[in-house]
Design a protein around this ligand. Structure first.
Ligand SMILES: C[S@@+](CC[C@H](N)C(=O)[O-])C[C@H]1O[C@@H](n2cnc3c(N)ncnc32)[C@H](O)[C@@H]1O
Length: 287
């Protein structure tokens, strides 16, 4: 290690109550990348500090070096998971990018409704579902187009790397502000007042299976999907990780199936052809 690197390592990455050096930043960023594919650039050092200082305080540690020592240990499964929860960005909302739900309802669901009514299997996936707003918006859109979906072979998988956020999603309870973007006709049918907020209908909830799943790890699902939503997730990955992910999605989609991504993302893959705004259609496999 050169003197310059040594000096840089000991410099403060972000000032605060607990000493947080560039060495600590690199170690935590490296661990986060290995665990999730999330690429945290140096400009995010103060964000990392503010999100993890609470963990350092809760654990009564003297500084971030002690926190690094703790999470370096692979057996610290719980604290590693807490670190991941603190560092992931979970911003989401119902009917985010409403054009995707319009497209799903008007362009994709008519064909899928026909398949389901003829006894076929229909599968949708919210990959990186955060607190559940996305998969519930998908379920409500499916039920609008296919009111009998619950009695047919129609399922939505909702997955996220963060078990805490998956538990919140599965609970399906939201605030007044959360439910505000749900179109009023859909809201009156699919959310009801409960103590502490609004609860998603059993009908919408019943279509969804919630799972903790790392998109970089193995995917245990058998069978292909008709629709995948993976929005505002790949944006946190580097180019190589994004390309690999889109390649895997293209393998996991049926011919002609639909992928939706976030408005600032691009899927660079020869098997995915643009369809709608930030949407892609899986090209037919030949032979
Ligand atoms: C900004 S939220 C997007 C939520 C929703 N898709 C939307 O667009 O509103 C990003 C989500 O991706 C999840 N995530 C990040 N890395 C992941 C990974 N490797 N595997 C699965 N989920 C991941 C985070 O936990 C977070 O909940």
């Amino acid at each position: 290690m050169t003197a310059a690197v040594r000096q840089r390592n000991s410099e403060i990455a972000s000032p605060g109550e607990y000493l947080f050096t560039w060495k600590d930043f690199s170690e935590i960023a490296g661990l986060l990348y290995a665990m999730s594919g999330i690429h945290m650039v140096e400009a995010k050092a103060s964000l990392m500090y503010s999100r993890l200082a609470k963990r350092v305080r809760t654990l009564k540690l003297p500084d971030f070096a002690a926190y690094c020592e703790l999470v370096r240990d692979e057996s610290q499964v719980e604290e590693r998971s807490a670190m991941l929860s603190a560092l992931t960005t979970n911003v989401t909302r119902f009917y985010r990018e409403p054009h995707h739900f319009d497209h799903l309802r008007s362009k994709v669901m008519p064909r899928l409704a026909e398949t389901a009514r003829a006894g076929g299997r229909v599968r949708l996936w919210s990959a990186g579902c955060s607190a559940g707003h996305e998969p519930y918006s998908m379920a409500m859109t499916v039920l609008e187009a296919l009111p009998e979906a619950a009695r047919l072979d129609v399922r939505i998988l909702a997955s996220d790397i963060d078990p805490q956020i998956v538990a919140r999603a599965a609970a399906g309870i939201y605030s007044d502000d959360d439910v505000d973007p749900i179109p009023s006709a859909v809201r009156s049918r699919h959310v009801r007042r409960v103590e502490g907020g609004w609860k998603v209908s059993d009908e919408a909830q019943g279509l969804i299976t919630f799972r903790t799943l790392n998109l970089l790890g193995d995917w245990p699902m058998r069978g292909r999907f008709d629709v995948i939503f993976c929005r505002n997730v790949a944006i946190y990955f580097d180019d190589q990780t994004q390309n690999r992910l889109f390649e895997r999605f293209s393998e996991q989609l049926h011919d002609g199936a639909q992928l939706y991504i976030g408005h600032s993302e691009r899927a660079m893959n020869p098997n995915l052809k643009p369809e709608g705004l930030t949407g892609y259609r899986r090209e037919s496999r030949r032979g």
